[in-house]
Design a protein around this ligand. Sequence first.
Ligand SMILES: *Cc1c(COP(=O)(O)O)cnc(C)c1O
Length: 364
Amino acid sequence: MRVQTTMLDEWGKLLITGWNKAGWMAKSTQLGDRIAGLVGAPDGSVIVGDTLTIKVYQALSAALEMRPERRVILSDNGNFPTDLYMAQGLIGTLDKGYSLKVVAPEDVAGAIDETVAVVMLTEVDYQSARKHDMAALTAAAHAAGALTVWDLAHSAGALPVDLTGTGADFAVGCTYKYLNGGPGAPAFIYVTPHLQNAVRPALSGWLGHEAPFAFDLDYRPDTGINRMRIGTPPVLAMAALEAALDIWEGVDMAELRSESIALSELFIGLVDRRCPTVTLASPRNPATRGAHVALRHPEGYAIMQALIARDVIGDFRAPDVMRFGFTPMYLEPNNIHHAVDVLAEILDNRLWDRPEYRKKAAVT
Ligand SMILES: *Cc1c(COP(=O)(O)O)cnc(C)c1O
């Protein structure tokens, strides 16, 4: 509906005057402020646009420049590959002897030392759902003089995040996972208020300029979080995101988290009893787990296709992980009972063992 209104009533009637009359240009900050409320950040510290991959690059490049005497980016092997790829690409572009140090998640704290410029981590592992202690690692990074870049892809809308309280320097995230912004919805970036005006944007696009419509030939960054804008924002996608964020109004993240844990604990308990051939790939302790549960099985891909064919929709991550999301916004305990009934039936009767379930699709 919202997208239709934006297309027909705004774009259809106002054409380009919609940038002012329908307030399209202000949406990136307005939506940013609404996301800020969900991740424990103040107004004016989050802006929406581009993709998460681009936002990782922006945050990392800005953070690195703030520690010019250091050459190590520290991350872990549970990070999402695109975050690591962007670091590798940036290191190549800078060509100043930077290195990306990738350790096991449990070894991150011990690897933070005076050589580290930036600790770049995803709070909740996209595969296993293992959750880092953002407050402790941020404090350790700061104690060693390093900055932090937190990826909240599997945190925003999934669990309470306190960017202000943890002292995080930079954070990025997407809006198409737990925030329900829709496929390809724009990403967001957070910069802690006291660093905002010290950031030199590596992607110095015209909309991050102090006066974009002066069309000056020289770049001058705008003040505040606005300088993390790059180019024209995706208005139709932002309309969908805005409608999604309406649903989040008044949601208590602590309450959502406890309901999400209740659902995932129910799921794990039932799977333990009824599905002996799968193993839990997520932490058992819900306090160190995000909002999804990962199960391992050598035939995980085919099993997931058999589940999807029966309307239990999760996804698969190579080589053998099935992921199930637990979001109390639209799941109830009876859905969990049903999902495990279906899973047990598929496993007990080898219903996954069909050629059509083994055919790998482009997106798994
Ligand atoms: C989903 C995800 C991404 C995806 O980045 P896009 O630019 O939106 O494709 C990046 N990082 C993490 C940690 C993710 O979970």
